[in-house]
Design a protein around this ligand. Structure first.
Ligand SMILES: *Cc1c(COP(=O)(O)O)cnc(C)c1O
Length: 432
């Protein structure tokens, strides 16, 4: 990294302290868990109240008034307050999916003719939204740039640019977006910096680092059990109210509403998110170090070789490490597929599946799956090789049991150098 670009930033605070200070919602009968408000419509105790709500003079934070389930729902709003605390934003709102959070945010910020500068290494769905859908359906165009090339980011800005968009940790390259530097550029040009923090909840706090809006797919780490599709938008109160405006709000009018039952279920996972993130990170770090010792082409931000290791060490919350995702380049798609097949079907190490943040390990070959929306040139430019296996490291089983499974498969494929032994380096890491 070019030193003159480094924007100094104070170390972010651990968001768990903010979370622990949020108001606890008790259930209707004093239950320790909040109740599920399953109603789609709400009675007004006085005829004036309905009119006041349509005028925005009454609402969830103005007299505790609710109107209709696609607008605000108390259970969804309670989860939203936890997300706001998690990201240190004034407010938040939950959506039916991560894509709904991203699309809703961009539709709210951009109109026809407007322009976005985005990282070229982003989730495949977001890539398709920016590259194909938004220009065709809404006349909103995007310039994709190497987000770590700050000069390229600044050069791509036009008079119609409204947004700089990036993922905190890019998929699947695991490059770190330099959020303080991007915020500096965005704010000098009067733009909003939108960060997708799906890969690094708690690990990175984009808002504390200068971002304006933080979006999440809660389908991944936050949900933690691969059982709900869900998303969130964390921002200042003004932006959340804009999204929910009865006449002009993207969430209100496009309608990707989260179901209160889903909100309730996800709410129960927030309390142990810190424990899970720490353990995902601890195991990913250990496996990354051992795979590196075996001479394999491993990429993980917790390794000193990673191009953004130093910057991440300055910006992350150390309690949660460097994240639960690593990539291993097997060279060819064939070898990558053999490895995943063995790991799933012979050793029970994990599952061949897209997605991430599950309690078990999930593995996929990025080039032919989650990044398959990208053109071959864009993939090449982003260093997404055909043999790249992305692993979302789970925390079931014991660490050493999982390591033995991984090592056995690699050894059988003949990719481990003969002299290397599992855990041979670092005595404290030996299996037995
Ligand atoms: C999965 C994912 C999304 C999309 O989220 P859904 O909940 O599947 O709509 C967006 N961004 C990233 C980084 C993701 O991993």
């Amino acid at each position: 990294m070019n030193a003159r670009h480094v924007v100094k930033h104070p170390k972010p605070k651990n968001p768990v302290e903010t979370l622990a200070n949020t108001r606890h919602e008790f259930g209707e009968h004093g239950g320790v868990n909040m109740s599920i408000e399953a109603s789609t419509t709400f009675t007004a105790m006085h005829p004036d109240i309905l009119a006041d709500m349509f005028h925005g003079d009454k609402g969830p934070d103005k007299g505790g008034c609710y109107l209709y389930g696609r607008h605000f729902n108390p259970t969804v709003y309670n989860l939203s307050r936890q997300l706001a605390a998690l990201e240190g934003t004034e407010a938040a709102y939950c959506t039916a999916s991560g894509m709904a959070a991203i699309a809703g945010t961009l539709f709210q910020l951009c109109g026809t003719g407007d322009h976005i500068v985005s990282a070229n290494t982003i989730y495949g769905g977001t890539y398709a939204l920016l590259q194909d859908f938004l220009p065709a359906k809404a006349g909103i165009t995007t310039t994709l740039v190497d987000i770590n090339n700050l000069a390229a980011v600044e050069t791509a800005i036009t008079p119609r640019t409204r947004v700089i968009y990036a993922e905190s940790i890019a998929n699947p390259t695991l490059r770190l977006a330099d959020i303080p530097a991007l915020a500096d550029i965005a704010h000098r040009h009067g733009l909003k910096l939108v960060i997708d923090n799906t890969f690094s909840p708690l690990i990175l706090s984009p808002k504390q680092l200068g971002a304006d809006i933080v979006v999440h797919s809660m389908t991944k780490f936050i949900g933690g059990a691969s059982d709900h599709i869900a998303g969130a938008i964390c921002a200042d109160k003004g932006f959340i109210l804009q999204l929910m405006d009865l006449h002009t709000g993207a969430l209100m009018l496009l309608g990707p509403t989260m179901d209160p039952q889903v909100a309730f279920n996800i709410n129960l996972r927030i309390a142990h998110l810190p424990l899970r993130m720490a353990e995902h990170g601890r195991r990913a770090q250990l496996f990354a170090e051992r795979l590196k010792d075996l001479g394999l082409a491993i990429n993980y931000p917790g390794l000193s070789e990673h191009p953004d290791h130093e910057r991440m060490s300055e910006l992350h919350c150390p309690e949660y490490g460097y994240g639960g995702i690593l990539t291993l380049d097997m060279g060819t798609e064939e070898l990558a597929n053999q490895l995943m097949d063995m790991l799933q079907n012979d050793y029970r190490f994990g599952y061949m599946a897209v997605s991430l943040g599950y309690f078990d390990t999930l593995m996929s070959c990025s080039g032919s799956t989650t990044s398959s929306e990208m053109t071959e040139e864009d993939k090449a430019a982003a260093h997404i090789s055909p043999g790249l296996v992305r692993m979302s490291v789970g925390f079931t089983g014991t660490t050493e049991q999982r390591w033995r499974q991984l090592y056995s498969a690699l050894e059988r494929l003949g990719v481990v150098k003969a002299a290397a032994k599992p855990g041979a380096k670092g005595g404290q890491r030996r299996a037995s």
